[in-house]
Design a protein. Structure first.
Length: 351
C-alpha cells in the first residue's frame, strides 16, 4: 500500500472512543510549533500504531502540525541520512540502528521508547529437525538477516547457553526468503521478528524453539530466558530538537497520547481494527501478535540495560570499538515536560 494513500485514509477516518487522556486542553493551547511540517519515517508494523491513531484522530493537526506526511526507506542507514538532512523529523526504528549511528558520529538523539519488543523475535525450526537442546542447533542451518536484531538475539542465546557462536551455521537472507527456505528444507530454522514467526508456525510443520523471552527447548521448556533486548525508539536529529524545542515538545506530547491510547485494553479492538484496515494486514494475525508489543514510554533502568546490551553486541561483532554511554544521546527533557514520572533516568543531552 502506498504510504501517502494510507496517510490520506487515516486523515479522513473517524474513530469513536474516549481520548487517550495524556494531553490536557491547556497543553494544546500552548505556543505554536516553530514548524507546521512533520514528516515521519514509517512502516507497517504494530509499533506504528500510536502514530496511526494520532493521525486518524487529528492529534498532530491539533498540536499545530498542519503538514503531516510519512516516508518509507529501504534501510536504517538511508533513514538516518534522511533524518539528519531534515527530510524527516521523526524516525521510529528498532534500537540497533540508532545505537550504531550514535557510535559513528551521526548527530541523532533518542526522545523516548515507543514499544518494548523483547518477545517479538522468534526462533522457529522444522519439527523434523528435532531440536530439543541448545546443542542441537549446531547441526542445522539457521536463516536470519545478518546485522539485524536477529543476529543480536543469536549472540545472546549462544552466550546464555554456553554455545560456540562460531559453530552455528547462519545463512544470511531477508525474512521472506527465510520462510520459503524453511518450508523447502534449505534451512532448518529461522530467527526473525513478526509476522514471520507467526507465518512459519501456522503451517503446523514447524515449532517454536525460543522467543526473545522464553525458552521452548525440551531441556528448559517454559523458562524465562531473555535473549532479546529490542525496543523501538522515537529518534530525532540533534539539529531539529535544538532549533525546534516547541515542535519537539508538541510532537512528543502527541506520541505519548497515541501510546497511552494504544496501551489501554479498552481500545484494543478499535486499534487493531484501524491498524489492520490501514495496513491491509490480516486482523487475526495482528491480534495474535499484538501482546508481543508493550507500549511503555518510560526511560528507566531497563531502557539503559537494553541499549547497553545492544551496544555490547555491536562491540562483540566488531562494529563498535569504543562504547558510548546511551544517556549521552538520550534527550529526556521533552518527555519529562509531559510527565516527569516517566523519566526514571535522566538523559545527558540538553538540546
Amino acid at each position: 500500500m502506498d504510504r501517502r494513500t494510507f496517510l490520506n485514509a487515516v486523515g479522513a477516518t473517524s474513530v469513536t472512543a474516549a481520548t487517550g487522556g495524556v494531553l490536557s486542553t491547556r497543553a494544546f493551547a500552548q505556543a505554536k510549533p516553530e514548524t507546521a511540517k512533520l514528516a515521519m519515517g514509517f512502516g507497517l508494523d504494530p509499533v506504528f500504531a500510536p502514530h496511526m491513531v494520532a493521525m486518524a484522530k487529528g492529534w498532530f493537526r491539533d498540536a499545530g502540525f498542519t503538514d503531516v506526511s510519512t516516508k518509507t526507506f529501504s534501510g536504517g542507514a538511508v533513514a538516518g541520512e534522511a533524518l539528519v538532512a531534515n527530510e524527516i523529523q521523526l524516525w521510529t526504528p528498532g534500537n540497533l540502528p540508532p545505537i550504531s549511528m550514535a557510535h559513528n558520529a551521526v548527530p541523532i538523539v533518542v526522545l523516548g521508547t515507543n514499544a518494548i519488543a523483547w518477545a517479538v523475535d522468534k526462533l522457529v525450526a522444522r519439527k523434523d529437525a528435532n531440536i530439543r537442546t541448545p546443542e542441537d542447533l549446531y547441526r542445522i542451518k539457521i536463516g536470519l538477516l545478518q546485522g539485524s536484531t536477529a543476529s543480536a538475539d543469536l549472540h545472546y542465546l549462544a552466550r546464555h547457553y554456553g554455545l560456540d557462536e562460531k559453530r552455528l551455521q547462519v545463512v544470511n537472507m531477508p525474512p521472506p526468503e527465510q520462510l520459503v527456505a524453511l518450508n523447502s528444507g534449505n534451512i532448518q530454522a529461522l530467527l526473525c521478528w513478526e509476522p514471520w514467526g507467526f507465518n512459519a508456525l501456522k503451517s503446523g510443520a514447524n515449532e517454536l524453539i525460543h522467543s526473545g523471552t522464553v525458552s521452548s527447548f525440551s531441556s528448559n521448556k517454559g523458562a524465562a530466558v531473555k535473549i532479546s533486548f529490542s525496543r523501538s525508539l522515537f529518534v530525532a536529529s540533534q539539529e531539529f530538537v535544538t532549533r525546534n524545542p516547541i515542535a519537539t515538545g508538541r510532537m512528543v506530547e502527541v506520541l505519548l497520547r497515541g501510546q497511552k491510547y494504544v496501551a489501554d485494553p479498552r481500545n484494543r479492538d478499535e486499534v487493531i481494527t484501524l491498524f489492520s484496515e490501514q495496513t491491509k494486514q490480516d486482523k487475526a494475525l495482528a491480534t495474535a501478535i499484538w501482546n508481543d508489543y508493550v507500549f511503555d514510554p518510560q526511560i528507566d533502568g531497563e531502557y539503559v540495560k537494553d541499549m547497553d546490551m545492544m551496544t555490547g553486541y555491536l562491540v562483540a561483532s566488531g562494529r563498535v570499538k569504543s562504547p558510548k554511554n546511551v544517556l549521552d544521546y538520550t534527550f529526556t527533557a521533552p518527555l519529562a515536560a509531559v510527565d516527569p514520572g516517566l523519566v526514571k533516568v535522566q538523559g545527558r543531552f540538553k538540546g
